[in-house]
Ligand binder design. Sequence first.
Ligand code: HEC
Ligand code: HEC
Length: 214
Amino acid sequence: MVRSGRAMVRLFFFVLVGCAEWSATLAGAQGQGLSSKGTDNPTTRDAGLVAWQQVYSVLTHPRCINCHTATNYPQQGDDRHRHLVNVVRGTEDKGVPGLNCATCHQGANADSTGVPGAPNWHLAPLSMKWQDLNDKILSSAEVCRSITDRSKNHNLDGTGLLKHHAEEPLVRWAFQPGHSRDGTARALPPLTHDEFVAATRTWVEAGTPCPQKR
Ligand code: HEC
Ligand code: HEC
């Protein structure tokens, strides 16, 4: 009795593992390629939402969000304080004549002076703000909706967003942010650039699902 009971347990275990492996293979196969159908599959959608939370943790890190403000000025540092010398947004997000971003921000970090740099340094448009006027970071659902809204994101689909995260110099800068004026290295986002791109890919392959709430 005892022996056959154990055999039954074993058999059950093998069937269980077999099923899990089989459904994982299926989910993997659906995850690749068929991105438009991704959201229809609950497994893929869940994996996509988990990946989105990782993407969100980077988007809302000071290295990114200091440029994605709701105010008429950029922020600085890990405490996201107002930018020095009252730098303002200006009409094209590039500052004002005489004090535009490129006056100080060059194409690469200038670590001797502590001025960070990357090509075409300027503020993200107000339509791409990820915080409110009191500097409170918007919810995961709100940020997700805004970056997937093609009327706000330069008409990028999932593939376009993936490319932006992989290649855009201002995004890449955040992972090599240089030193501040006092010589301390700027803090890095919670994922490496490779991990961030991989998480974005998983989310895009799942059909860029967004959390339901608020
Ligand atoms: C007068 C020179 C000057 C101008 C003009 C200027 N910046 Fe800066 N900016 C700096 C310096 C210096 C720092 C570094 C301060 C530090 O780290 O202590 C900085 C830092 C930043 C940071 C902080 C990065 C971080 O994550 O901590 C952002 C974002 C930024 N600037 C955006 C802008 C934008 C956008 C504009 C144009 C609207 C602009 N800046 C115009 C000098 C300038
Ligand atoms: C120096 C300022 C700056 C920093 C730092 C920055 N961004 Fe942006 N971001 C912009 C600007 C400007 C745009 C609008 C696109 C344009 O004008 O080229 C933008 C747009 C975007 C968009 C929407 C795509 C689009 O074309 O509108 C995404 C997604 C994005 N940024 C992600 C990030 C992420 C992720 C980080 C950090 C890893 C980051 N950004 C850091 C300035 C910045």
